[in-house]
Write a protein that binds this ligand. Structure first.
Ligand code: BG6
Length: 498
């Protein structure tokens, strides 16, 4: 039993180190997130942020790079001179070449060079290439800065298959205990994703319907309009299945399908999620052929602007990497037996939208003459982004005499309207949770490995197949085979606003 479910206190003193402190993630996401929390008065007074990178910057140089990043990535209405200056004063930079023992000694000295160094909780955020995770942890151990309260934060990808994920987990696990390891899946920090748990379990009306008796199928879509941009080198080794499905989409699926935990605690939610991953129908090679679709974008128009093909973005042809995946799976347990879960994600799609659609069964009997073909099954759209909220599609009577004319209508809940407040970025919640030592919204080792166990047969089959990803023009909903995947089951993808 969790001794203190829900109570995780902020430490009074903290040294938050970002390895990769001048990188894109640090400047675009981590530092703006920490700034916002500081603005809300949530960072401990005695809190330093240490940037470590290969750059030759001194503290002043890093502070001005971070100032520029805040101007670029924080809403101007949230930028106050005093608050920015106070935040920047917490920042220190160290140039570190990971192969130079002397540089690690200097890092050690930097951690010691503060009042009460032994009392500060140390967070090591590894925003570096995943191949370096093990080596960085070993170095931290060797220089003696890892104590019982220290935490390490890892960005995905954790490995590129099950074996490599185990190697990373083993290497990190030799230095940090599991409760000290925070594996980020930033989707879990999104407000709308956290709200999924609340919607399901702080209300009663959905639960009796949330099963194979009433749910026909579930669709999970994460569509992006961006291409691979400057990340081609990473992306071409990963592809959409590793980059998005193995983590973000499976995590969303877990939150939709999981059983209610007894309470929201550091292990209870993760215990339930891992059961869902373990219950996913394993894919045989024949299943991969029938139940998955891979695509790759060609040149096209996104928001009316011409955009290049994946090969042009990459700078060479000949890659077999997918930028789109659609697949069908099933959660083989009592609640969900026989209910298909359709997942789809892609880059350079017609619009940016992440949503979960729960499609309910048709009424068992149609009692309104002439209504056949007019009514649609009830659908609950859970809108993850960009317009967070929920939409329930119902059938209603059109007002006026002349019998029952039925029409589709919707009940809309927009979080922006319901709560007149800024929705914090996912990293704000997650970084605070790291400092508080609350791992609920982070991926546990067994979750990551269960997700790879399910994903790996797909990767293997694709690697051995002579078939290439199907082409789709940028700015569309993906290859036609993705539509066929549902049509052959008598279903269609539910696009928002339909
Ligand atoms: C990242 C992927 O994890 O998530 C990117 O590596 C993707 O390829 C991004 O673009 C999407 O995140 P969001 O929050 O913009 O939906």
């Amino acid at each position: 039993m969790d001794p203190n479910p829900g109570t995780h206190a902020l430490p009074d003193r903290c040294d938050f180190t970002v390895f990769g402190g001048t990188g894109d993630l640090a400047l675009r996401k981590l530092l703006p997130a920490l700034y916002h929390r500081d603005l809300e008065g949530q960072l401990p007074a005695d809190h330093r942020i240490l940037g470590v990178s290969m750059s030759d910057l001194d503290d002043a140089g890093w502070r001005s790079a971070v100032r520029a990043a805040l101007v670029e990535h924080v809403d101007p209405t949230d930028l106050y001179d005093g608050a920015v200056d106070r935040f920047l004063a917490r920042l220190f930079h160290l140039r570190l070449d990971a192969n130079e023992p002397g540089d690690w000694d200097r890092f050690h000295s930097l951690l010691k060079d503060r009042p009460h160094p032994e009392e500060a909780v140390r967070v090591f955020y590894l925003a570096v290439a995943p191949a370096l995770f093990g080596a960085f942890c070993r170095r931290l151990d060797e220089i003696g800065v890892v104590d019982d309260r220290a935490r390490v934060v890892l960005e995905k990808p954790i490995g590129h298959d099950l074996e490599s994920a185990r190697e990373v987990n083993d290497a990190v696990g030799q230095v940090f205990a599991e409760h000290q390891i925070f594996r980020i899946d930033h989707y879990l920090g999104k407000e709308s994703v956290q709200n999924l748990l609340v919607t399901r379990f702080a209300n009663t009306f959905l639960e009796p319907l949330w099963n194979s008796h009433w749910v026909d199928h579930v669709q999970i879509t994460v569509a992006e309009t961006v291409g691979v941009g400057g990340r081609g080198a990473y992306y071409d080794h990963a592809g959409a299945l590793r980059d998005m499905v193995q983590n973000h989409l499976l995590q969303l699926l877990c939150l939709v399908a999981m059983e209610p935990p007894t309470y929201v605690g550091r292990e209870t939610v993760r215990d339930e999620k891992v059961k869902v991953l373990q219950a996913l129908r394993p894919m045989s090679p024949a299943d991969v052929d029938t139940d998955t679709v891979r695509g790759r974008y060609e040149a096209g128009l996104v928001d009316g602007e011409p955009v290049p093909s994946y090969a042009d973005d990459l700078g060479h042809a000949g890659s077999r990497t997918e930028t789109f995946v659609a697949l069908k799976t099933e959660v083989q347990n009592w609640r969900w037996a026989g209910v298909p879960f359709y997942l789809r994600t892609g880059k350079r799609m017609d619009r940016r939208v992440s949503e979960i659609v729960v499609v309910f069964k048709e009424p068992p009997h149609s009692m309104f003459p002439g209504a056949e073909g007019v009514t649609a099954p009830n659908r609950l759209h859970i809108l993850v982004q960009p317009d967070e909220g929920m939409r329930l599609h119902l059938t209603a009577k059109e007002p006026g005499p002349g019998g029952y004319r039925l029409r589709p209508v919707s009940l809309d809940l927009s979080y922006a309207t319901a709560f007149d407040a800024r929705l914090p970025d996912a990293y704000e919640r997650l970084l605070m949770d790291v400092m508080k030592g609350n791992p609920t919204l982070f991926m546990r080792r067994d979750e990551v490995e269960a997700a790879w166990t399910w994903t790996e047969p797909i990767l293997r089959r694709w690697a051995s197949s002579s078939e290439r990803p199907k082409r789709y023009p940028a700015g569309t909903t993906g290859p036609t085979a993705a539509a066929t995947l549902l049509e052959r089951d008598g279903r269609t993808w539910q696009e928002t606003d339909q």
